[in-house]
Ligand binder design. Structure first.
Ligand code: SAH
Length: 350
């Protein structure tokens, strides 16, 4: 197909219908050549129409580094003998929430490996206790693939949102990234279930993961177009020691920023974080993510004594040691580029 001009690409991104694979491919090719600056500018405008100059903050609590899965990119994969394991107790998690709440956070994100010891019942009890103490705050879960009953139980316990990146919407590429026990089909099934249960759902993919080609990104964009997630998490792939991809090159910061802008234009109201992976690869990654159209930052509120052990990839960055310090730093950095932090729940469509 003929290359779209940048103007045509921008028009297509705003089209109120699903785009075809050809159209996505055309957009990616066009933007690969030129127009990244213009795209970022338009994406900033779109974000500012939806959110003004506000950036939502979420307290990220990494609840376990144990995982039963063997995702080839992830430092927490079960086969990684270099990984150091920990799991937080219910009391520990509640204490993290207490600290995050007193710093002013209104969303707690509980993320972890698929730890068999943190069963659906156990986690539902934790979520219930959090919501009992903080009924007005949002709880987001990011604890992988679970059963229909598990997701339903967690939703009944009060979980509001669920992050489960689809990782790759191309069957062969998905299988290249994951062990044989996992499938794109099941991932999609989980996302559909979560959506049907009324969770605000987050999907997304790494940029520059091993084996990722432009055709795969086209599949990802088509998939996101049909899923219509409320949240979209994308960040560069970063190699993790002790994994099969430990010596692969990291993903490109520029490409990640381009995809953030593109997704912002396609999903003007979506909650799109400037991810830690982006900030890990470049000193001002958070600011660059926001200037590309992201509108969420997730500071790490995992207790300092275990934070270093949640190594999904190498040299993972965090803003500071304790919550107040982190907030002040982030706020200062954002103010310098004309944004301000917003500690409200920041639900989709608000
Ligand atoms: N167990 C949960 C949480 C995983 S960590 C789940 O499977 O959903 C959250 C995200 O980190 C993953 O979805 C993945 O996209 C990203 N991630 C994992 N390893 C990474 C790596 N090496 N580089 C960059 N991002 C990575």
């Amino acid at each position: 197909m003929e290359k779209n001009s940048i103007v045509q690409a921008l028009a297509l991104l705003g089209a109120p219908r699903k785009l075809t694979g050809e159209e996505w491919s055309g957009i990616l090719h066009t933007l690969d050549v030129d127009g990244r600056e213009l795209l970022a500018e338009k994406a900033r405008e779109a974000a500012s129409l939806s959110f003004g100059n506000r950036v939502y903050l979420r307290a990220l609590i990494e609840i376990s580094s144990f995982c039963r899965n063997g995702c080839r990119y992830c430092g927490l994969r079960c086969g990684n003998r270099l990984a150091v394991r920990y799991r937080l107790s219910k009391e520990h998690i509640l204490e993290c929430c207490r600290q995050a709440a007193s710093a002013g956070f209104n969303t707690f994100v509980l993320q972890g490996g698929e730890d068999p010891m943190q069963s659906d019942e156990w986690l539902a009890d934790v979520v219930f206790s959090i919501k009992e103490r903080y009924p007005e705050k949002a709880v987001t879960l990011s604890v992988g693939e679970r059963s229909h009953e598990g997701y339903a139980l967690l939703r009944r316990a009060g979980a509001d949102r669920y992050l489960l990146r689809h990782e790759s919407a191309d069957d062969a590429h998905y299988s290249f990234l994951h062990p044989g026990s996992m499938s794109l089909e099941n991932r999609k099934r989980c996302l559909a279930l979560l959506k049907s249960m009324g969770y605000q759902v987050g999907a997304g993919m790494m940029i520059g993961s091993p084996g990722q080609a432009k055709e795969h990104l086209v599949r990802d964009l088509e998939f996101l177009d049909s899923l219509q997630p409320q949240m979209i998490g994308i960040g560069p792939f970063i190699p993790a020691k002790g994994t099969p991809f430990g010596n692969e090159p990291h993903g490109s910061v520029e490409d990640t920023l381009l995809l953030i802008s593109l997704l912002r234009l396609r999903f003007p109201r979506a909650l799109i974080p400037a991810t830690t992976a982006l900030a890990t690869l470049c000193g001002n990654g958070m600011e660059r993510g926001i200037l590309a159209g992201a509108n969420v930052v997730m500071p790490n509120m995992t207790p300092c004594d275990v934070r270093d052990k949640y190594t999904i990839y190498d040299n993972k960055k965090s803003h500071g040691s304790e919550s107040g310090q982190q907030l002040a730093l982030i706020s200062e950095k954002l103010e310098r580029i004309g944004y301000r932090i917003d500690l409200s729940r920041g639900d989709y469509g608000q």
